[in-house]
Design a protein around this ligand. Structure first.
Ligand code: ZN
Length: 192
């Protein structure tokens, strides 16, 4: 190698919790987390400071406690923590705050439709469900009629499943259209 090469620091993952002595639940979780990793500590009752014996680091209220994969546990101010670390997964849902729905899980089921048992596939249909990964809320599909159709996307009666007819890219445009479907019509005043 005669020329300098470019290198990037490898990313490494840590666990971190915020020290909030005024919130007894959060504080208990953090101390339990330290204990589970055999990290010895003291809490200064007067200042609220958390003192880690192994690294001789302190965490003032609001600071972060960070544990590396090799076990080294240290502390950072909120400013330094925000600059150095970004969450990998969205934070757990706070029951007091409506979910922002930022991460999603999709369930895809592809149905192979045959006219006779074991016969050739005459149509394909994709069933798609979307839920928020954080809070689990289901999402409803908008604008498609309820029912099943070989010709156009439809939804389940509760609108949470999209039934979308699909065909292999190389097939004829009328592939699958011989399959009968059904439509559900809602009249004014139906409860939904
Ligand atoms: Zn959500």
């Amino acid at each position: 190698m005669t020329e300098p090469q470019q290198y990037r620091l490898r990313p490494f993952e840590v666990e971190a919790m915020r020290w909030q002595p005024d919130q007894s639940d959060a504080a208990a979780h953090l101390l339990g987390w330290l204990t589970s990793h055999d990290v010895a500590y003291d809490v200064n009752e007067k200042s609220g400071d958390l003192v880690l014996h192994s690294s001789a680091r302190i965490a003032q209220p609001g600071w972060w406690v960070i544990r590396r994969a090799d076990g080294w546990t240290f502390t950072l101010t909120p400013e330094d923590f925000d600059q150095a670390y970004a969450p990998i997964a969205p934070p757990a849902a706070d029951p007091d705050k409506p979910c922002d729905h930022v991460a999603f899980a999709g369930q895809f089921d592809i149905n192979r439709i045959t006219a006779t048992d074991g016969g050739p596939v005459t149509a394909y249909s994709a069933d798609i469900r979307i839920t928020c990964e954080t809070c689990g809320e289901q999402f409803r599909w908008i604008g498609a009629p309820a029912g099943l159709s070989p010709a156009r996307p439809t939804v389940s009666v509760d609108e949470t499943v999209l039934h979308a007819p699909i065909r292999p890219a190389s097939s004829d445009p009328d592939f699958g259209l011989g399959i009968p479907g059904f439509a559900i019509r809602f009249t004014e005043g139906d409860a939904r």
